[in-house]
Write a protein that binds this ligand. Structure first.
Ligand code: HEC
Ligand code: HEC
Length: 221
């Protein structure tokens, strides 16, 4: 009996020493790893993964913010003057209705003899209050007016995404249009004396693309 008890005590001591040794070694290993990775153990599986929102901004937030940036360009007179609610283009930095009773017409190129190309030449005509130019200067057609004027960011985003209002464009075609279309480009080449757009075309395209790529979220208002 006494022998067994002695053995048991001895065995228990062995286990305790062994545990102490394991604890000491593992704490050295952990502190080494912690130092090596600047306080953050590399494969620490005990912490839950950081939520996307905490790490940065959610896609919805990034997307909406990007549209609000693009909106500054879309609603600027250099763009909006060709995207009016009515059937007459707008003019100038105050977006007043185009003088001389110029009208949209079915194809957006003017009504009867008042064709846009009568006055709007392939290039800007030099001088103040002269017509800006482009070989293809015209409004969107009567059956697809692509109205920007008067729209809130949310409303304009909805228009942009609606294929029955945007000229049947998917995301790719929209990006293609804003990056390459020459009428869009004309916004960055205003007639003399008119305000310039608030950012470069590359910046505008970047915001527009971010809006779509991050999920094409609608701004709240
Ligand atoms: C001279 C008139 C004119 C100007 C200036 C103009 N646009 Fe347009 N825009 C048009 C016409 C016409 C269309 C339709 C052409 C088409 O779909 O191919 C159009 C279509 C669009 C579309 C696609 C339709 C939609 O509603 O999504 C976008 C986006 C657009 N324009 C953005 C701009 C931006 C941005 C600017 C300024 C940097 C601008 N436009 C300046 C005439 C103009
Ligand atoms: C009879 C000549 C004439 C005709 C026709 C004409 N325009 Fe103009 N347009 C002008 C003149 C001149 C200006 C510059 C006015 C100013 O700056 O005071 C102008 C300015 C504009 C502007 C303002 C550009 C800006 O950046 O603010 C737009 C948009 C425009 N025209 C669209 C059209 C469209 C679209 C048509 C055809 C449907 C058309 N115009 C037909 C003479 C004309």
């Amino acid at each position: 009996m006494a022998q067994i008890t002695k053995n048991q005590i001895f065995n228990t001591k062995k286990v305790v020493y062994l545990l102490l040794a394991v604890t000491a070694i593992s704490s050295v290993v952990v502190s080494f790893r912690t130092d090596a990775f600047n306080g953050v153990p590399k494969d620490d599986k005990t912490k839950p993964p950081v939520a996307k929102e905490e790490a940065g901004e959610a896609d919805s937030v990034i997307s909406k913010k990007a549209f609000l940036q693009a909106y500054k360009v879309l609603m600027h007179p250099r763009c909006m003057n060709c995207h009016p609610t009515g059937d007459r283009p707008l003019q100038g930095d105050d977006s007043h209705i185009h003088t001389m009773n110029v009208q949209r017409g079915e194809d957006g190129k003017g009504l009867y003899a008042m064709k846009c190309s009568n006055c709007h030449q392939p290039q800007n005509t030099p001088g103040l209050h002269m017509p800006p130019g482009n070989p293809n200067w015209h409004l969107p057609p009567a059956d697809m007016k692509m109205v920007f004027q008067g729209k809130t960011p949310r409303q304009l985003a909805m228009t942009m995404l609606n294929k029955n209002e945007n000229g049947h464009k998917d995301h790719e075609a929209l990006i293609e249009h804003v990056s390459k279309d020459s009428l869009v480009g004309s916004g960055w080449d205003p007639a003399e004396g008119l305000a310039h757009l608030p950012m470069t075309r590359a910046e505008f395209v970047k915001h527009f693309k971010t809006w779509l790529d991050k999920g094409a979220y609608l701004p709240d208002k």
